[in-house]
Design a binder for this molecule. Structure first.
Ligand SMILES: CC(C)(COP(=O)(O)OP(=O)(O)OC[C@H]1O[C@@H](n2cnc3c(N)ncnc32)[C@H](O)[C@@H]1OP(=O)(O)O)[C@@H](O)C(=O)NCCC(=O)NCCS
Length: 171
């Protein structure tokens, strides 16, 4: 059975982001910003991700193929925000998202990071379900009236006592 793993993101991963950040289906589920992104911008954002001293960026690898990206980004008051994209759509709905989140949570535990949250579009039911499988709980609706691309999100939080993966995810 092929295994899922996480490896550090590098500047050589540009081709994946160039594909995913221009994919309309993915954009609609994430940032919502459909304006075209240039090669230069992709290089700039990727390089900032790779260089960051506070955030952790990983590529999700399944069966030797890079299928997505997952991050843990430092926020205020000891909180970290996680973001995930399985960019290769053929790999959606097969449990890889939940497994990738669980792998990230193991790394977070080793780094003594316990306050982890995420924000998701309230209608992204697949993502919400995947996060719930990993122990995230719905906390509150967040409103960003100035952000025309993403005016409303659902905040979900993981509590440190929930860092142990559920048996379902480990199957
Ligand atoms: C969100 C994402 C990371 C989830 O990963 P995944 O591998 O597809 O998800 P999983 O297979 O681990 O879990 C999905 C769960 O949602 C369920 N699901 C799928 N579609 C659903 C729907 N429309 N309504 C309710 N549940 C749904 C699945 O049945 C599964 O639950 P189950 O294991 O109890 O059956 C992945 O789909 C993705 O990257 N999507 C595009 C980008 C995105 O939405 N990113 C998240 C932004 S916050």
């Amino acid at each position: 059975m092929p295994k899922l793993s996480l490896r550090k993101t590098t500047n050589f991963d540009k081709k994946y982001f160039a594909k995913w950040w221009r994919d309309e289906d993915l954009i609609k589920l994430t940032s919502g910003v459909l304006e075209p992104i240039s090669e230069k911008e992709i290089e700039k954002y990727l390089s900032a991700m790779v260089k960051s001293r506070t955030d952790y960026h990983f590529m999700i690898v399944f069966d030797k193929k890079v299928i997505g990206h997952i991050a843990l980004a430092k926020r205020r008051s000891g909180w970290y925000e996680t973001q995930i994209v399985i960019g290769e759509k053929a790999y959606w709905g097969k449990g890889h998202g939940a497994k990738a989140v669980q792998s990230l949570l193991k790394k977070a535990k080793r780094l003594s990071i316990s306050k982890i949250y995420l924000e998701v579009r309230p209608d992204n039911l697949r993502a919400i379900r995947a996060y719930e499988k990993c122990g995230f709980k719905k906390i509150k609706t967040m409103y960003y009236p100035k952000n025309k691309y993403l005016p409303k999100t659902l905040r979900m939080e993981l509590k440190s006592e929930l860092l142990t993966p559920s048996p379902k995810v480990l199957e």
